[in-house]
Design a protein. Structure first.
Length: 174
């Protein structure tokens, strides 16, 4: 689409010399910038619409549809931490721990102080048998602070205790 717009901008210009060809940059770049600004605006509207639909599907407990919509929205805006969080929680609930770990890893990469995402990453790693990484991430998540959700807190503490017991740290495991 940008190529068509650039060519459309160039059509009236008929270069007759090398000097005129060199000057094309002054015409092409503003036209391309305008075209990409329009595409970005329409992409932003598409993203906003898709993100809202994903949230609605999640809230309606239509998790398969929500998962699909989150993936599409994240393809448009990979730096959307809340989308990675929502996708990660859906995947975790469906026991897709490898995919969930990648989603929570993206949240952590985007928001290093997101303690709940770090703890959820640790829970995924626990399920995948990656005990050392799981313990590290669960403890880091607790240090950063996790959501005030009693169920999440219990699950995190339980898994941390199991991991500490596996390491032979019986006092810490209690």
């Amino acid at each position: 689409m940008v190529t068509f717009r650039i060519l459309h901008c160039l059509c009236p210009i008929r270069p007759r010399s090398l000097l005129l060809v060199a000057a094309l940059g002054a015409v092409v770049f503003p036209c391309a910038a305008h075209a990409s600004a329009q595409e970005e605006a329409s992409g932003s509207q598409s993203f906003e619409r898709m993100a809202a639909q994903a949230d609605q599907a999640r809230d309606a407990n239509d998790l398969e549809k929500a998962q699909t919509l989150y993936r599409r929205a994240l393809a448009l805006r990979p730096a959307w931490a809340e989308g990675w969080w929502s996708l990660g929680t859906i995947l975790y609930d469906h026991d897709k721990y490898g995919e969930a770990a990648r989603a929570f890893g993206r949240v952590v990469a985007l928001q290093a102080k997101h303690g709940s995402a770090r703890a959820m990453l640790g829970l995924c790693e626990f399920a995948l048998g990656q005990d050392a990484a799981a313990l590290r991430d669960i403890q880091k998540g607790r240090q950063l602070g996790i959501l005030e959700d009693p169920q999440l807190r219990r699950v995190v503490l339980f898994h941390e205790g199991v991991l500490l017991l596996r390491k032979g740290n019986f006092e810490g495991g209690q």
